[in-house]
Design a protein around this ligand. Structure first.
Ligand code: 13P
Length: 256
């Protein structure tokens, strides 16, 4: 998952399983999925199962190039924080990456830019790749506030990162109005937001760091629309929810 400073941005396709799949279902998924993606060398493949299935997934993908990520993390490595899981525990379990500040965490579980920032730093400190999510709601888009919201989320979630730390993160632009609604952002609308985020990265760090930042699009990505999205130079991969639950659909997305 190393996101070294280099002009090449290797695409990343991430499946976010959300609150789906038991250990048994995860085993069945990979038994069907792995043979379908053995030839896929053009992109990195990452799957984020629920916490309880992480160990099983790590075991069944061993020897393949598929990486396993968590869907959230707490920022302390240990302590009296009932219900939380630490960065160190994720590393030990075999995770390479962790999704941070998904819109569902922001919307239903009180995630803020400040908590996201603490999580990003804690993940980086143990060598996990943070996949930081940003994105506006429908109301914010209709009010013309998309850029203001993205800038606030970018600055708040990435506050006080060194350039070296920044070079190790992946961003995901997920417009909330496109998540689980079947309403994908058009490739052009997504690319415009990605360009805005990359410009922010250039202004905050340097043009070189911005050029290396991988920005994934998420929101109703399907086998039918992945090609058009990936044809945009600004789009470096996808964060896939519903369509990542089906091995054939997810493989078709990986093999775009
Ligand atoms: P859907 O692909 O189901 O719209 O979900 C997108 C998402 O939230 C991925 O993190």
């Amino acid at each position: 998952m190393a996101n070294d400073v280099s002009p090449m941005r290797k695409p990343v396709i991430v499946g976010n399983w959300k609150l789906y799949k038991t250990q048994q279902e995860a085993r069945e998924f990979f038994a069907a999925f792995k043979p379908l993606v053995t030839a896929a060398k053009h992109c990195e493949i990452v799957v984020a199962p629920p916490f309880t299935a992480i160990a099983v997934c790590v075991e069944v993908v061993r020897g393949s190039s598929i990486g396993i990520a968590a869907q959230d993390v707490y920022w302390a490595n240990e302590g009296a924080f009932t219900g939380e899981v630490s960065p160190r525990m994720l590393i030990e379990a075999g995770c390479r990456a962790v999704i941070i500040a998904h819109s569902e965490r922001r919307q239903f579980f009180g995630e803020t830019d400040e908590s996201a920032n603490r999580k990003v730093k804690a993940a980086l400190a143990v060598g996990l790749t943070p996949i930081l999510c940003v994105g506006e709601t429908l109301g914010e888009r209709e009010a013309g506030s998309t850029k203001k919201i993205l800038e606030r989320q970018f600055r708040g979630s990435l506050a006080a990162l060194t350039p070296a730390e920044f070079s190790r993160i992946i961003m995901a632009y997920e417009p909330v109005w496109a998540i689980g609604t079947g309403r994908t952002a058009t490739p052009e609308v997504a690319a415009e937001a990605h360009k805005f985020l990359r410009d922010l990265a250039a202004g905050t760090f340097t043009a070189e760091y911005a050029a290396c930042l991988r920005i994934l699009y998420g929101g109703s990505v399907k086998p039918e629309n992945i090609k058009g999205l990936m044809a945009q130079a600004e789009i470096d991969g996808a964060l896939v929810g519903g369509a990542s639950l089906d091995p054939e659909h997810f493989a078709a997305i990986v093999n775009y």
